[in-house]
Design a protein around this ligand. Sequence first.
Ligand code: TEU
Ligand code: CA
Length: 595
Amino acid sequence: MSETGKNWWKEGVIYQIYPRSFKDSNGDGIGDIPGIISKLDYLQSLGIDMVWLNPVYGSPNDDNGYDISDYYDIMKEFGTMEDFDVLLKGLHDRKIRLLMDLVVNHTSDEHPWFKEAKQSRKSAYYNYYHWWPAEKGTPPFRYSHFDATGNAWTYNKATNAYYLHYFSEKMPDLNWENVATRQAIYEIMRFWFKKGVDGFRMDAICYISKDTSWPDVRDLVKTKYNKDWGGYYAHGPHLHDYLKEMHKETIEGFDVTTLAEASGITIDEALLFVKEDRKQLHMLYHFEGMMLGYEKEGYKRPDPKGLDLVKLKKVYTAWDEVFEQDGWGTIYLGNHDQPRMVSRWGNDAGEFREVSAKMLMTFLLTMRATPIFYNGDEIGMTNIRFDKIEDYRDIETINMYKYLQSKKEDLERFLKDQQTSARDNGRTPFQWDDTANAGFTTGKPWLKINDNYTTLNAAAENSNDRSILQFFRQMVLLRKHKPSLIYGTYDLYDEKHPQIYTYTRTLDKEMLLIVLNFSKQKIHYDLPFQLAADIEPLVNNTLTFNLQGNMLMLEPYQALIFGPLPPSKVPGRRAERALKIKEENTSLESTEVAF
Ligand code: TEU
Ligand code: CA
């Protein structure tokens, strides 16, 4: 177990709600807060401990709420502050904590600060944003994630200057160099903490500090960061100063947690953010896993070679080794920025959907990290795979389409690739039951509903004892009752096996063994150590169990947990690692002696 303390946010399971798609209460086709309130008992029935709610603040919705025009109010489409208070109380009554989404790398261009700022260079709010005065010529190129031109500077006539926007041109970046901006942000955070929210998921938080000497970084980005603008953006000179200051001004004194969206952050610097005595943030989520199975260059394009499980094991094992030392991690396989978990990492075709969704759940709920589940994943919702651009609502897809169109690139291929990777795959409305519009709305849904809702829905799964949903509930309970699954040491076996992911979790005298088949093949698998001949698995996502001697006959996507067992005497990767370190030290010593 890590030396660091035990905490509620390490022990809980996070459930992410995308409010626009969760439940519509008034028939306008858009999910809302009263809709979530009507599903509070459902949330409780899941056994989850924290809800991460995507942004619900005032917003013109250029990027579905990530473009905020009022941090102190609720988006009209979502309801009122009274609704919010009811939701918060309803969650707390059910012992569920609420994490809000904090979006402070940028605001909406309709935020009063920007509306003022863009009037004149003399405006009191001019310095709340980043500007490049036109008399200095063309601004140094910065890449925009969402702009159809790819350029993050947009010209504004009244100030005769360009403003910076790492995302869409309706999302100008806040200037954190300015003390007043920072104080205004801390004020917002304290407002919500005082209201009783239990923490923040922090959007694009690693991008907040900019090098305002504005160097020409095109070459740097191409070489050092391998064309990865996220990597460059996440390395601003004052980032850690600001996070430290933020902690002191807001987090200290409240029993809250923070979860950083850490795109662009590498593994060797993760602890700079979450090492406990650095007093910055509590947890982060990395993107290394999310890059697997995609090509390195260009937009998110599936790699024809598919997913390499050996690499996946390497990534998640390496991140575990980081948090074994200090800090704490999270683990997820999908969210509102990603396609559906089962479509991407499992198999959503026919009979495999159910079993592979359960296998992925077993993985997420047995790793040493706080698991984050995205709404709909608990019932195994799948990618919608739109075939025309008109079906998409996401600014990322729409603007990338326009960009590629302007470059005369292959649009057909782009649309095909989007069926695998587009964010809207994960944003289709929640499938509650088999009534019209999946019980999500009585009106016209803002984004098409997946046709498979007639059979794939929460109501059907609720009344089926062997459903994905019931499996999820049981696994969440199991994690709660087995401290080894939370704090236990993680040890990997057979790291080179291309289909099977095997590991143990050990705490004190108790060990659990987890064996996951990530493939659609039946596999004969030699266990790394002997189990009792009459052993029965503690968890099995299939109806079959076949152990002969040391050999397991695994069904496609089968997930098994054995235990509690006494700690293994056969070393896994962890013990091998310790041995290696010891050997290195001995050889060092002997070298010293020799010379
Ligand atoms: O995402 C930030 C981010 O790094 C994106 O580039 C992300 O990698 C991309 O959306 C993946 O396709 C956050 C939010 O999660 C996202 O929904 C917002 O659109 C974005 O910030 C801007 O606020
Ligand atoms: Ca509504």
